[in-house]
Design a protein around this ligand. Structure first.
Ligand code: SF4
Length: 321
């Protein structure tokens, strides 16, 4: 060690990190479908928002398409973990596609809430990111009743028919703190705003944010492994900065980690979004080790044990084999 090297250089790795139960199920759905029916298996949109996962599945025979009209009539199509609007099911039926729905059950829960409140003629303020696939899917359940609120900036512009009959729901992968602020501001405008029956931000999103808060408080730099279109990964970068890290970066893999980020740093935090395979985190840790950060400690904020069964239509065919 030279005179410039700090005596203790360490890495704090957040736990939980990486794959959530919904992503695990969605990726396994495509893998099992490939085994059961053979390639190609079409997948509408990225099955989960991670470049490496998509490339790996492509190499096994998955074909990713933007819309069902790109799927040959009668072929098999998997719907991604983010969920789809009813109109997408209708389009698939019209083309006689065999569908396997890998929508995360926690996204389906939000769809069901939207349907229930729409049936009672509530205006539904859906907090989420404009253009995100999950938001498009949820909004498609009740387009006449849902008003999108894209964060704090969206609060003032939203209009409702009857301020006495308003409920808020949310995308599953938002910042917990920012959503609390957005709801508080909405409630100033609509004092009788009803809360969802249970949290829409899912357990995996809130647990990963709780864990990054712990490591960010002790780290000058936080590296978040995740792809740039992953909502929950991007939120981890923001939360890390809000909770004490001087800098936080989103990297798809180790090749994106820049040596200069580590200048003068003694503690690096590492975490990963809910769609990130653990091997990509291991790659980042190996690179950090080469750069003198070999002292690795895992910091566990919350224990997780959630698992979801594969989609029933796939389980039925796997049993019948
Ligand atoms: S992040 Fe949450 S909602 Fe999204 S797939 Fe994972 S568990 Fe489901």
């Amino acid at each position: 060690m030279d005179a410039q090297t700090p005596a203790t250089r360490r890495v704090l790795v957040a736990k939980p990190r990486g794959y959530c139960a919904g992503v695990d199920r969605a990726v396994e759905t495509v893998e099992k479908a490939l085994e059961r029916y053979g390639a190609p298996i079409y997948v509408r949109k990225q099955i989960v928002h991670n470049t490496h996962v998509v490339k790996t599945l492509e190499a096994k025979g998955a074909v990713f398409v933007e819309e069902t009209d790109a799927v040959p009539e009668g072929a098999i199509v998997v719907f991604s973990a983010h969920g789809v609007a009813p109109s997408v099911h209708e389009e698939a039926a019209a083309r006689r596609l065999k569908t396997i729905d890998a929508t995360c059950p926690l996204v389906t829960k939000v769809h069901n809430e939207a349907k229930r409140f729409a049936a009672k003629d509530y205006d539904i303020l859906l907090i989420g990111h404009d253009g995100h696939e999950e938001v498009e899917g949820t909004a498609g359940e009740a387009p006449d009743h849902i008003r999108l609120v894209d964060g704090l900036d969206g609060v003032n512009g939203v209009t409702v028919r009857d301020p006495e009959k308003v409920v808020w729901l949310s995308q599953t992968t938002l910042s917990v703190d920012e959503t609390d602020e957005t709801v508080a501001r909405l409630r100033e405008r609509f004092p009788n705003l009803i809360d969802p029956p249970s949290d829409d931000i899912c357990y995996a999103t809130s647990n990963r944010q709780a864990a990054v808060k712990q490591i960010a408080a002790e780290s000058e730099l936080v590296v978040v492994v995740g792809s740039s279109n992953s909502s929950n990964s991007k939120r981890l970068v923001e939360v890390a900065k809000d909770y004490g890290a001087d800098a936080a970066y989103l990297v798809d893999d180790a090749s994106f980690v820049r040596d200069e980020w580590l200048e003068g740093v003694t503690t690096v935090g590492v975490t990963s979004g809910a769609s990130v395979p653990e091997e990509l985190v291991e790659g980042v840790l190996a690179k950090l080790s080469e750069l003198g950060f070999a002292d690795v400690h895992e910091v566990e904020a919350v224990k997780e044990s959630m698992r979801f069964a594969l989609p029933h239509e796939l389980r039925r065919d796997l049993r019948a084999r």
